[in-house]
Ligand binder design. Structure first.
Ligand code: DC
Length: 241
C-alpha cells in the first residue's frame, strides 16, 4: 500500500496527539509528536540554565540535544527520550507548558526542529502533529488537517489528562495557559500556528475520539485511492499515445 504524510496541526489541547497516535496505529504509520520535541528542548534549556536571549548559547545547546522516540512494550506506547533519558512525564508538567511557547518561538530552535522533522518524515508513512506541519515542515503533505475545539472543552480535557498523571491543576490555570500558548504560537513570525489553505478543519468539540479518528482515516483512504486512480489514468493515457 502506498504511504503518505498526514499533517495534523491545530490549537493546544484540542486532541491532536490522541487522534494522531490512534490514526498512526490504525494505518501502521509512525507517529511523530513534534510538540514533545519542543517540550524536551524546553526541559533541556531549563535544566542547563540556557539564556534564551543568547543565540550562541542556543545554538550550542541545540547541538547537545538528542531527542528520540521509543516504543515501551510494558506501557504499550511511545515515549520521548532526551539524551537517552525518558522524559515523557516531565515534559507534560505545567512548568514546561508555561515556557514551551517562548522556546518554540526562537528561530534557531525552529530551524533545528523543522530539519529533524523533515528527516523523520522523509520516507513517508507518518502522522505528524504540531502547529506548522502542513505549512512549513511538509507543505506538500498529502493530507492536512487543522484541528480546533472550544476553549473550555480543551481546558477540561487537558485537566483530565493531568489528573490521570496525578497532577491536580486548576481549570482556570489550564485555560489561561492554553490561551497564552495559542496567542504566542499564532503570532510568532517564524512558523506561526495557522491553517494551511488546503487543510480540512476538524472541530473536535462535540466529537468522540472514534469519530475524530474515522474522519482522518477516511480522508487518508480516499486520498490514497484517488492517487492510485490518477496514476492508473496516466498509465493508460501514456499507453494510448
Ligand atoms: O502540542 P503541544 O501542546 O505538546 O506543544 C507544545 C508547544 O510546542 C506548543 O505550545 C507550541 C510548540 N509547538 C510548535 O511551536 N510547533 C510545533 N510543530 C509543535 C509544537
Amino acid at each position: 500500500m502506498r504511504k503518505i504524510i498526514v499533517a495534523l496541526d491545530g490549537l493546544s489541547g484540542c486532541g491532536k496527539s490522541t487522534t494522531a497516535k490512534l490514526c498512526a496505529e490504525k494505518l501502521g504509520y509512525i507517529y511523530i509528536d513534534t510538540g514533545a520535541m519542543y517540550r524536551a528542548t524546553t526541559l533541556y534549556f531549563k535544566q542547563h540554565f540556557i539564556d534564551i536571549t543568547n543565540p550562541k548559547a542556543i545554538t550550542q545547546a541545540l547541538s547537545n540535544i538528542q531527542i528520540t522516540f521509543h516504543f515501551i512494550q510494558k506501557l504499550g506506547c511511545t515515549q520521548t527520550f532526551l539524551n537517552g533519558l525518558n522524559v515523557e512525564d516531565e515534559i507534560r508538567k505545567m512548568y514546561i507548558s508555561e515556557m514551551v511557547s517562548e522556546v518554540s518561538a526562537i528561530s534557531e530552535v525552529r530551524k533545528h526542529m523543522v530539519a529533524l522533522q523533515q528527516k523523520m518524515g522523509k520516507k513517508k508513512g507518518v502522522v505528524m502533529d504540531g502547529r506548522d506541519i502542513g505549512t512549513v515542515v511538509f507543505p506538500d503533505a498529502e493530507v492536512k488537517i487543522f484541528m480546533r475545539a472550544d476553549d473550555e472543552i480543551r481546558a477540561f480535557r487537558r485537566q483530565q489528562e493531568l489528573i490521570e498523571k496525578k497532577q491536580i491543576v486548576d481549570l482556570d490555570e489550564i485555560l489561561a495557559n492554553l490561551k497564552k500558548r495559542d496567542l504566542i504560537d499564532s503570532t510568532r513570525s517564524d512558523g506561526p500556528l495557522k491553517k494551511a489553505e488546503d487543510a480540512f478543519v476538524l472541530d473536535s468539540s462535540y466529537m468522540t475520539l472514534d469519530e475524530q479518528v474515522d474522519y482522518v482515516i477516511n480522508l487518508v483512504n480516499s486520498k490514497i485511492i484517488n492517487s492510485i486512480k490518477l496514476d492508473e489514468q496516466k498509465r493508460i493515457s501514456f499507453l494510448d499515445v
